[in-house]
Design a protein around this ligand. Sequence first.
Ligand SMILES: Nc1ncnc2c1ncn2[C@@H]1O[C@H](COP(=O)(O)OP(=O)(O)OP(=O)(O)O)[C@@H](O)[C@H]1O
Length: 305
Amino acid sequence: MYLLKAEGLSRRYGNTEALRQADFVIGDNRCIALLGPNGAGKTTTLSIMAGLLDPTSGTLSMNKELNEDRRRWMGFLPQQPAFFGWMTGLETMVTAGRLCGLSSKEATERGKQLLETAGLKEAAHRRVSGYSGGMKQRLGLAQAVVHRPRLLLLDEPVSALDPIGRRDVLTMLHYWKREMTIVLSTHVLHDAEQVCDELILMNRGSVMLQGEMEHLRLSAGNPYLNIVVEEGRGANDWIGRLERIPGVLKVEAEGGKCQCRIHTNEMDSVRDRVLRSALDEGVKLLTFEVSRKSLEQWFVEAVQI
Ligand SMILES: Nc1ncnc2c1ncn2[C@@H]1O[C@H](COP(=O)(O)OP(=O)(O)OP(=O)(O)O)[C@@H](O)[C@H]1O
């Protein structure tokens, strides 16, 4: 089942074609990344989906089960959310809830609960003008879901945040994606990978592809295991013996640096065997990760076309 379906969606600003003949589908219960470099047309697409902007041509159809009034089932966090600085966090939440049709009691209860989820319980009665950038972003997110929307649209929700703010927002999205469909725009593949299971790739106003993250990962090339171990007796010898582990196809060692890449077609079992071997032989692992570099390379190549 889909919530929204775009067919030949286009939008011009004067001579600029911000969106060209875009086709995509927003399925139910998905977390979808709208990924693309600056100027790709992400904000334009989200604004059309939110009903804030009309397309120049093409159609965006909504599932017939959904109410015509998007405010009832859609939440939206713009790239630069604006708040009334003189309101407290809780007043902001209650106002948003009331605008979305909640009763005063419901809006207050839901507001308190969401401020707690957003780590803003202590700041609930402080004026928003005194909030940090990260706190404002978390407040914006909480506000966007006050009415339990079925679809949550987020325009670059993490790009202006420091690593801790980023982590907090991504954690909130992990929590909420069980309850609603999320579409978030980003120009950072890593952020999309952290939380999304589907990807719509945009470049220069066009949708280049839509697909499952896992499929793209596989088609972009096999991931490899990236390992760094603490220097010490036996570390390099251990790396030298890794090729004997069943399932390992090739080991690329970085000479003298206690670092290597393991290539395999059986990542799950090889990862377990390598970890067990390191523990058995007392090798101290500093880095042990499945590298997604191939997907990054694919993304960079795709948007350079
Ligand atoms: N109001 C506007 N008037 C004129 N041109 C615009 C307007 N809004 C966007 N554009 C242009 O349309 C194109 C797409 O912009 P859009 O903001 O949708 O892209 P984006 O992918 O969200 O970019 P960013 O990551 O930088 O926010 C860009 O070339 C932009 O300069």
